[in-house]
Design a protein around this ligand. Structure first.
Ligand SMILES: [Zn+2]
Length: 484
């Protein structure tokens, strides 16, 4: 008698072992590779066995993964989760519009409860779409009370998180020195083990006096990795990298977000000190930090992780990140070749590599690859089953890595497991208070809108348009209307 027939959401509450049956398993472990018709057995919170036709304990819950792809949970190394409270608001922004909105005009109006609301919705969204580890690049923490609210939200959702503590309205060399900052680390982070970790998040201005030095020293004292927006066109430049390097603050745990507009010299310093990049292709495409740099990073042997940046603008969908990254990389290779009057006949970047970046690459960037990032016996069980029997897109399944990148979407995420717990099954989240997230976010939207006033709200959402100048046409245009 198959146990599968009786599987429902209650089956996962008891701590019984779980066995995934008959999946295409992308282990992302180079020593195991891909397993067709594979099984994965999870006992307690760890991957116990990977193989075919595994013998599972009597009381194991069986998940029929036939027709599906089982892969490691995805890892997002840079997401401003608090901004999810205004999802989609900045769809037509430039980076200048973004800076004006958050840094100059309106960042200060957001309250601790607004951070909570955005984080709650974003955390649920992450888990729902198969992102089992998310770095909350939380640069709206005006006081420690805000940070408490951020962590309250993260802790109420069954995902793995890294709080990248930041405050865009303050100077990092000041807020990191506050006694309550160290107290916060002891109260909220210490002892949380693998489920909640912390980084320090701030940008390096390039000021030759290097005021950020004090913040880097605090990071070193607390043993916190630093994550920094680097190589952002017109904002953070080669000088920022050089100053970090000359003062000895570039380490293997440092994450360079975007890393787009940098010289060879900067890339060489990053490579030589073992740092990792966090590429947000959807963001770089739209905001203009620079071209998504994977095509350059591989030449400098800099390891890549993927990220979504912010849902105030674009998606928080790692499937979209994989697609955008692969498209950007190939697009650039074609463009470079065409400029040399050549044709690309061999694709550099492969789908398998991009799936690896979205999983193991993220774990490596966070220094967590010892226990997550691949389906390896002994690692913590963070897993995603992509399976959708109702979808015409899931058949035929011929090139599984390509299928993940170009065919599947987050609507196809069937089951998600974090730390051995099934948190989503059969396309439904388990034990997540979605109604509360909706309610909290609605309150934040109403508050922000009334605080800003209708006119400012509308202007911020609908920024000034660029003018299209028609190219002279010697054959004369036919007089149809054109974009203004
Ligand atoms: Zn960012």
């Amino acid at each position: 008698m198959s146990q599968n027939a009786a599987v429902n959401s209650n089956s996962f509450l008891s701590g019984r072992p779980v066995v995934f049956r008959n999946a295409t398993v992308l282990t992302i472990d180079p020593s195991i590779g891909m397993i067709g018709n594979g099984d994965v057995l999870v006992v307690d919170n760890r991957i116990a066995e990977v193989g075919r036709k595994l013998i599972a304990p009597e009381n194991a819950v069986e998940i029929d993964a036939t027709g599906g792809i089982l892969m490691p949970g995805m890892v997002d190394t840079h997401r401003h989760m608090w901004q999810t409270a205004l999802r989609g608001f900045g769809a037509d922004w430039t980076l200048t519009n973004y800076f004006m909105f958050y840094y100059i005009n309106w960042g200060k109006i957001f309250r601790a409860e607004d951070i909570y609301a955005g984080n709650l919705l974003s955390a649920i969204e992450a888990v729902d779409s198969g992102v089992t580890t998310t770095v909350d690049w939380s640069h709206g923490l005006q006081t420690v009370e805000y940070a408490d609210a951020a962590v309250d939200a993260l802790e109420s959702v069954p995902g793995r998180f890294v709080l990248a503590y930041g405050n865009l309205l303050g100077a990092p060399w000041e807020w990191t020195k506050a006694p309550e900052f160290g107290d916060f680390i002891h109260r909220r982070i210490d002892g949380r083990g693998d489920m909640l970790r912390m980084q320090l998040a701030f940008d390096v201005t390039g000021d030759p006096t290097f005021p950020e030095k004090a913040a880097f020293e605090v990071a070193r004292d607390f043993n916190l990795p630093v994550t920094t927006h680097a190589g952002v066109w017109g904002v953070t430049k080669d000088d920022s990298i050089r100053l970090m390097h000359e003062h000895g603050f570039m380490t293997p745990s440092t994450i360079y977000v975007h890393a787009s507009t940098l010289s060879d010299d900067s890339y060489q310093r990053i490579a030589a000190t073992g740092g990792h990049a966090s590429v947000s292709a959807e963001s770089e495409h739209n905001a203009g930090q620079g071209y998504p740099p994977t095509w350059m990073l591989r030449r400098h042997n800099i390891p890549v992780s993927l990220s979504m940046d912010t849902s105030v603008w674009w998606s928080a969908d790692l499937f979209s990140a994989m697609r955008a990254t692969l498209s950007a990389d190939r697009s650039r290779e074609h463009m470079e070749a065409h400029n040399r009057n050549e044709t690309v006949t061999v694709s550099h970047l492969r789908a398998e590599q991009v799936v690896t970046w979205a999983t193991l690459g993220g774990a490596q960037a966070l220094g967590m690859d010892g226990f997550i990032g691949s389906i390896t016996p002994g690692k913590k069980a963070d897993l995603v089953l992509i399976k959708n029997d109702q979808s015409p897109v899931m058949f035929p399944l011929l090139h599984p890595y390509g299928h993940v990148v170009f065919q599947a979407g987050r609507g196809d995420v069937h089951t998600v497991m974090v730390d051995g717990k099934v948190v989503k099954y059969d396309h439904h989240l388990l034990n997540v208070d979605f109604a509360k997230a909706r309610q909290e976010v609605m309150k934040t939207v109403e508050y922000a809108r009334s605080n800003m006033g209708e006119q400012a709200w509308d202007q911020a959402m609908n920024p000034e348009r660029a003018v299209v100048e028609l190219i002279d046409n010697p054959y004369t245009y036919i007089g149809r209307a054109h974009d203004k």
